[in-house]
Design a protein around this ligand. Structure first.
Ligand code: B12
Length: 366
């Protein structure tokens, strides 16, 4: 209901030109630093962010903010902005930030834009900040409508797997994986219905402040090892379908989903070149020119990396040698925020591994 109100309030927000978006992008560091300084100078900082020990988390949020707004401005993705804001409020509120922090910080961002960006370009961006400031109360009241996750919803295998990875029990986690992946479609099922929900729960517990960043890193490291173990044990077919490149988007640190996808494509007969996290665009195009894959699969988790996906697509579309290569995109961001797919007009956004297999088989050699 409140989300509807938030979305409706976007009417009339003017489109931002590429020049203004670039001006914001090129001053990212300066803007974030200026907001960090403005916030640090406040007497009431501890009250706003819950405790002085949250300063690093606040600066981290500013880093994320400037990247996300860069994406919003580049793609004019205002509906995405509206759907992400309540999540941001919730995450930082769960870590002790008061709701009052948000309008204070947004006012500092607006001031930084006015101070640092030439006037004729800044005036296209200021309305976006004015809109966020004006929607503060609606965003706060939307929090109660956000879906809550809890253990009870986890499938049994996912709950067992979750315990293993949080306990750093690699043999237990690998055993469960091996038992679950005996049948032909077992691997996909295991990734979709055991590992993925378990990892989502790791994220939910982290965002509720129930486990630490260290716990989350450790659990992820165990999960990565499980995939590596499975890959070593399942013999890949000969790559008869052709070559595929699987990668996380530029700036994207989440690469577990891409790694699972790479493994599933391998077992489906593709020769996969897996590139992992944070792939620079120029290196990707260079590699694609050399390897000539049938398709590229890109994983994206953070809303602020969506414009990098768009840039990759544009680089391929505008290159005579690369334009016939298909692109598919998937990842957490599309599950959390359905609006994310609408920002990537013309790109194949898929929601799960089964759909990916069906779609890519059509592009196989022969
Ligand atoms: C582990 C983790 C990390 C690790 C990642 C390590 C790694 N090597 O991957 C680290 C510590 C680096 C990290 C960092 C951050 N994270 Co994090 N992270 C997670 C966590 C807990 C698990 C991610 C994961 O592995 N999921 C499991 C995989 C299997 O799921 P998946 O990617 O969706 O993949 C499945 C499908 O989508 C599909 N798929 C995925 N990619 C592809 C690609 C192709 C081609 C195909 C066909 C299919 C496919 O197949 C997979 C299997 O079903 C999530 C929680 C969550 N909900 O996922 C948070 C989460 C994604 N992180 C979050 C945040 C906020 C961050 C940080 C901003 C934190 C910070 N520092 O401030 C940074 C951002 C870093 C960056 N620039 O990218 C938020 C994101 C919220 C949002 N989208 O706005 C989440 C949701 C946590 C939360 N509940 O708030 N994170």
């Amino acid at each position: 209901m409140n989300m509807q109100k938030l979305l409706e309030s976007l009417t009339g927000l003017p489109q931002v030109s590429r020049r203004s978006a670039e001006a914001y992008n090129s001053r990212k560091g300066l803007l974030a630093e200026s907001v960090n300084l403005a916030m640090a100078a406040r007497q009431d900082l501890a009250r706003l962010i819950g405790s002085k020990t949250n300063i690093e988390l606040m600066q981290n949020n500013h880093q994320n903010h400037v990247q996300f707004i860069t994406t919003v401005l580049h793609l004019n993705a205002f509906r995405l902005l509206a759907s992400v804001i309540p999540w941001i409020y919730l995450t930082y509120h769960q870590h002790g930030f008061s709701f009052e922090y948000f309008p204070v910080a947004l006012a500092a961002w607006k001031q930084a834009v006015i101070n640092e960006i030439p006037k004729e370009l800044a005036q296209e961006i200021v309305p976006v900040y004015d809109w966020m400031l004006s929607q503060h109360d609606t965003a706060v009241s939307e929090l109660s409508n956000l879906p809550v996750t809890n253990d009870a919803e986890l499938p049994e295998s996912a709950a067992t797997f979750l315990n293993s990875i949080l306990e750093k029990d690699l043999p237990g986690a690998v055993n469960l994986a091996l038992q679950s992946t005996r049948s032909e479609d077992g691997l996909r099922r295991f990734y979709n219905t055991t590992m993925q929900p378990a990892m989502y729960e790791v994220g939910a517990r982290w965002s509720r402040g129930e486990i630490s960043v260290a716990d989350e890193h450790m659990a992820t490291a165990v999960a990565q090892s499980v995939v590596a173990n499975l890959q070593a044990k399942t013999a890949a077919t000969a790559g008869k379908r052709g070559k595929a490149i699987i990668t996380a988007a530029t700036n994207e640190q989440h690469d577990l989903g891409a790694r699972m996808a790479a493994h599933v494509f391998e077992t489906d007969g593709w020769e996969v070149i897996y590139l992992g996290a944070n792939m620079p665009i120029s290196d990707l195009t260079h590699l694609a020119r050399r390897v000539k894959p049938r398709f590229i699969g890109i994983s994206v988790a953070m809303p602020y990396n969506l414009h990098h996906v768009k840039r990759i697509e544009e680089a391929f579309k505008n290159d005579v040698e690369l334009k016939q290569i298909k692109i598919i995109v998937s990842g957490i961001v599309f599950r959390l925020f359905p609006e994310a797919a609408t920002c990537l007009d013309g790109i194949n956004v898929i929601t799960n591994l089964d759909e990916a297999i069906t779609m890519t088989r059509r592009w196989a050699v022969g």
